[in-house]
Every structure is written in structure tokens, then in C-alpha cells.
Design a protein around this ligand. Sequence first.
Ligand code: PLP
Length: 380
Amino acid sequence: MTNRIYADHAATTPLMPEALEAMLPFLKENFGNPSSQHGWAKPVKRAVADARTTIAECINAAPEEIFFTSGGTEADNWVVKGSDGRLMVSAYEHHAILNAAKSEAARGRDIVYVRPKVGSGGGYVMPEKLSKSWKDGIGLVSVMTANNEIGTINPIHLLSEFAHKRGALFHTDAVQAVGHIPIDVREMGVDFLSASAHKFNGPKGIGFLYIRKGQKLRSLLDGGQQENGFRAGTENVAAIVGMATALKNNCTRMDEISAHLEELTLHLRMGIERFYDNPVFLGAGIGSQLPGFTSVSFPGHPAEGLMHMLDLKGIAVSTGAACDSRNTRVSHVLKAINATNDIAHSTIRITLGAENTIAEVNTIVSTLKQLLRGLGTITR
Ligand code: PLP
């Protein structure tokens, strides 16, 4: 199985060896509980504090503004369910936001949905969109930093400024962005920001929520006094340490990794364009999308089938259209940007990572060409 190609980094990323190394002592000899009063607590308490400082430095926050969670889903739920007032969310958020908002609606809270810009060059949420749908009493606006299906990056500083001018707080789900593009919570002007370690080569089941100093959220989990009394539960020390190590390494190498991914992405797209007449690349061009991100549609070819055929050839990608068991439902993201049914059903997401190579991209292109030719549609 050594020649399998993993090109689904938006789903999850491989654990960085340095992160694993850093975690091991906390899965073995340093197993103490950070809340204990005796000596076993000391090294683990220090490790958690150091990890908090490292993470804060990576996003220009203060350590006391970082709250560890079980991942992006918990961080998103915490913000949505712990805040007050009307809630404004974009229609193409991850389900961690949309389904949390749905639960809030079921409890009687008013939710205002905003659509991203549609059409060519679409896939972004601009302040005018918030303005058009604005209502009195909106307490929180939540718009993701980068979309997980099409990779578009939103102008968060403009959106947070708009929300603040109207007296609302601002949250961004930065799960796809943290560790991949520069994140500075002060420049972005956000009150809350969610992140998840497994998207940036850290372990699964750990993430964090940035809460700007002075802002308050109701707790989701009641219990002990961990996380300054705001998030109860014994800390997942090894995972916290692994997350901080992965984030620091990725941030240190960000320029180098981004340049590598842009080269791979350009190579991939040019390779596809050389054999296929009219591929549709969703989201805008390279530069305003996440590095390594390609969401491409081969009209007339259901993505589900293509994804499984690629899987049989050892290449892992995902579909843009999250179908139900009867294969009839179109992804809410593609619907939100007004993609036609044909485009939506034929979109695959190829997300490359730091460890991918030009040779692997060549294999992805030649395999796609072979499969699409087999389906009878290659024109060149
Ligand atoms: N938000 C976005 C944009 C995501 O892409 C994901 C994961 O796919 C999540 C939230 C959920 O994060 P986690 O898997 O850590 O719960």
C-alpha cells in the first residue's frame, strides 16, 4: 500500500512526526493530572501552559484567550450556543455551525442566513451581504475564514468591522485556515475563532476556541474548574502538546509549504486543462483560495463514481456534493453559491498537502485522464 496517494487534506492531515514525538512522554511517564496537588502534576501543568503560550503566539493572541476543546465542532457549538441575541450565519458554513444554529432555532432563537456571492468569482461573503440581510438585535455574526468545500478565503477584517459597527460580536470558524494561512486575531478583529488540530497535522479530537479578553460565553460543559472555569473536563494533555507542536512547525514553514502547494496546484490544474476541454474550477483562482485546494467539476460525470474509481486506483479525494444514501442531495455549499445541479453532482475536491509531490500530481492527472477517457468524454 506504499504507492497510495492521499489528496484529501481538507478532511484530515497526517500527524506530523515532531508532534507525535512531543506527545509520547505524556502518553507514557508523564501521565499525571494537571489538576492534582502533588509533584506528578507539575510537568503536565507546565506542558499545558507552554502549549497555550505557543498557540497564542501563532495567532497573535494572549495565552489566557486560548481555551482547549475537543475539536472544531465543540468550539463552533460553544460559540453558537453560548451567545445571545439573533444569530447571523453564512449559508455555506460547516454543519458544526449550521446544525448548532438549527438547534438554537428549535429553542426559539432567530437565525438570519446570509448567502455568499454567487456566479463566477463567487464563493465569498462580503460586508454588503451582511448589510442586505441585517436585522435589529443580531448579537453574533459567524462567517468562516475559509470554506471547506471550495477553499475560498473571506475578508474577515471587513466582516468583523461591519458587525462591530452594528453592535454585534463576531466569530469565525477558522478550522480550514489555521496553520495554512497567516492568522492574526487582532488584525482580523474577531471576538471568537475556532480551530482544530487534525487539519494542520496535529492529532484528532483536540482544538481550541480563541475568546477575546473581556468577552464571555456560557459554558457548554459543566464540571470542574479547568480552562479557567469555562470548559470543564481533564485536559487531553498529549493532544494539546501535539497540537501546539504541529501549529508552531506549520507556522514556521508556512511560506515554504504554501509555495510548494501553489506549484503543485498549478501543475494539477494545467494538467487537467491539457486533457479536458471544459473543467469548471469552483472558487476563484490561486491566491484567494487555500493553498493546495482544487474543487473541480467534470460536467456529466457524477463525482461519487469518479471518487470511488480513484479510490480503487489508490488515490484519495472527496466529493463536493455530499450525497445522501440515494445520491440525490446536493452539497449545501454548492447550492449556496448557485452551482447548477450538474456541476454540483460532478464536483470533486482534491486537497494537496506538504508531503505531496509533483510525481503524485502527475499520477492524479494521468489517472483522471484514463478514467474519464474510459467514460468516453475526453476530447484531447
Ligand atoms: N469547521 C470546518 C470548516 C471544518 O472543515 C470542520 C471539519 O471538517 C469542522 C468545523 C469540524 O472540526 P472537527 O473535525 O475538529 O470537529
